[in-house]
Design a protein around this ligand. Sequence first.
Ligand code: TRP
Length: 451
Amino acid sequence: MEPLNNNNRGFSSNLGAILAATGGAIGLGNIWRFPYTVGQNGGGAFIIMYIVFVFLLGVPVMMSEIIIGRRSQQNVVGAFRVLAPKHKGWMGVGFLGIAAAFIIYAFYSVVAGWTLNYIVLSSSGQLTGKSPIEISQLFVTFTQGSFLPLVYQFLFFALTASIIILGVQKGIEKYTKILMPILFFLMILLCVRSLTLSGAKEGLDFIFKPDFSKINGSSVLDALGQALFSLSIGMGALITYGSYIRKEDNLFTTSLWIAGADTFIAILAGVAIFPAVFAFGLSPAAGPSLVYEVLPNVFNSMPGGRFFAILFFVLLTIAALTSTISLLEVLVLWAVEELHWSRRKAAIILSFVVFVIGAFCTFSFGLLSNLKIFGLTIFGLCDKLTATYMMPIGALLFTLFIGWYLPKTEVYDELSNSGQLKARYFKIFYFIIRYIAPIALTIILLTGIFS
Ligand code: TRP
């Protein structure tokens, strides 16, 4: 079990903290969800709005979560017990975070499992030489069949749990330090390949030439939901990792690094994907199946395609893995500290529980595809419920906690490391957290609920 002593509770260095948190943030959200959401919302203008949300709302909310974690040195639920001992109701916010982690992990692991299968398919050459229709059929047959997706999903749970069992420094920090540089390198390779295809320009125009007539109410919502989802904020993942950040680290620069790296990788994913999609005359608006149904055709039509296909799916797996590590850690730290389970027991039992919910998400593509709740499949419901409702609600409550509940002096103390750092941005930060963020999040939530 982790010692609760501040000095060795968590990460051993600032770089370790940044890489682990960035690993949690960068995931399927950047490489699978971001490109198709951009594709469905018309490109450049959406990206600009997304970036504004990331830095104006995302970074301050991220800092709030990290403050809650580092100040309390606790899991998501314990954090509120420690910081609001007289108002136990705040612990409900922690439980909301735990619930969100369960649901996100359940549907996230489905797509993560698909990715493992696509490593196998691409390296064994089963995608090579297939027509677009055959590739779509392959995807549909695979995802509709229940057995194989479950096996891969299970493998993903096992992989994640085995790293979590090794602990914060020897598991999470060590593996993210190895995996993140690989991810970055693979991404650059893919971008170079995509940009050197003839016809790449149209795809670049799609990403970088904004057409504001394509923005409407629902794309504003999508941009905010995507920003929160991609930064992993609004559910306490950063409370958990925040509690592992050393007392001497600068929370502002740490947050900027995480948000900056996450946004950079999302845009690189766009640069790797859209030029290739346009170069081969395919549609950018294919939706969630974009990387599984559209990209294999792209790889098939380019020189070196099989090699780049393998690279791409390995990259996607790494991105997903560092995120599932962070998701499971939210649950495990909670069970270790609140239920007094051992790390191993928590990792194994919680993985099984999520696997059961996750299985329903997998079945929602086959066996249970006709089961619709509010017009959505179980998988779609889990995605919508978390990104559109739970994460914005969580973000709103975190900002209210930091802006209105915790004394201002404590917030300043945490950001300035008890006066050692200047924290000149503090006034702006506090203004955003007190007024701008809660108002913006409320408007967005209400629009989401009533539209
Ligand atoms: N940010 C992750 C991604 O982009 C997804 C995610 C959302 C997440 N919330 C999380 C990951 C909490 C870890 C913890 O893929």
